[in-house]
Design a protein around this ligand. Sequence first.
Ligand code: NDP
Length: 480
Amino acid sequence: MQIQNYINGRFSDPLNGQFLDNTDPARGKVYGRIPASGAEDCDLAYEAAKAAFPAWSMMPATERSAILMRIVEGIEARHEELAQAESTDSGKPLWLTRSVDIMRAAANIRFFAEAILHFSAESHAIPGQAINYTLRQPIGVVGCISPWNLPLYLFTWKIAPALAAGNTVVAKPSEITPATAYLFSQICSEAGLPPGVLNVVHGLGGNIGKAIVSHPGIKAVSFTGGTATGAEIARIAAPMFKKLSLELGGKNPNLVFADCDLEKAVETSVRGAFTNQGQICLCGSRIFIEESLYPRFRDAFVEKVKQLKTGDPSDPDNFMGAVVSKAHLEKVESYIRLAREEGGTVLCGGERAVVGGEFSEGYFLQPTVIEGLSAYCRTNTEEIFGPVVTLTPFKTEDEALEFANATPYGLAAMLWTQDVSRTQRVAEKIQAGIVWVNCWMLRDLRTPFGGVKQSGVGREGGWEALRFFTEAKNVCIKYA
Ligand code: NDP
């Protein structure tokens, strides 16, 4: 696949004429190239977005909504092509891209196309004196930067509210997984999105990503990715007084109490640890289990993990595909070595998965379960972002909370118990932006989404996203 930038409604190569290889991680082979865009491409994209802003922002919400709905139809019409492209580009199973990634991309756009029709702002009366009303105005040209783990899913999660609210966008997908963002720009063009409203520029984070963040005309940046990158973006953007939404890393705890429904807890915890090869910021990678339940949970959990198959992403029998890149595979492997050095025992996995034929060079790793580690060691506090999970027993609710909160991250948490009072106590005290009780990844797009501590700043989802992508202006009118 030869990928091009999408600027001002046209498809073009980068001005510097340079390209990067795009690799199929399941085969370990280069299968296409993508633009290695630079700051000059960002300037072009910005100029196009700036020129498109007046008409797009003044367009009635119903018309913007109608165009966004045509994009939804375009995604649905090309669902299978997008699912195949996402699977090839990222190594994730085709069953997952079909059932989650692409469906959710369409849902994101539909959700904000509908939400904008109901978005309203407050008014505050001072009886007999004045009325205040708040205008919620689009910001202007905004930047959207997304990661490789849920490529189209997270790309559209940012772009949809930005466009719905009347902004124009310069967007950059991860250079590791650019394929569906490219197909998406074709869909936007076919759907009649006016030129310049959305501009998609491909390339390295340190070049084109940095150019977006540093551009003086781009007034807000919505970023999802690693915590270190988020910190770098904040260092550049904060002194420029840009609005920033940072959705960053996670190291999510999963607390299993003895009174839980064991079967459901095991089944969902396995899914919550290894879906997408553990490369979801919401995966529960630290499982803390009440001491009295520990042996039963561990044995049932390991038994289920051993049944997970890894291999050809297009084979529906395989729960796991390849991890996203060679560099990432080696990073995850280094953490398995670290876990052993820190005294952990590998209960299953721990090695590359051997897959034959055309996949013999692919980046496959067995699902790995480790026990015997301190809750405070590096393996248990640093983000691994792969198919690696640790099991640790706890004695009391207080100890469970202490373990859960013992990382610099605070994105999501899972809790398994039948006790409503405990649910309320733990949910209050756990340091996380999202708490799932007796479930995982049950998403309602109206709810606030984001993390605390080093997992980010700001919230996405529902009105939060539309508020982020608008500026509030208060107008105070004194009565005559
Ligand atoms: P990175 O931080 O490496 O990259 C994210 C995006 O930022 C990519 O498009 C990347 O481009 C770009 N980028 C890199 N450096 C810069 C820079 N200096 N300025 C601007 N943009 C830059 O994250 P990953 O892609 O590795 O994604 C994995 C991370 O994302 C994990 O930490 C995960 O937890 C987190 N994540 C968080 C979520 C949340 O909602 N909180 C959801 C999903 C993932 P390029 O790829 O070209 O380097």
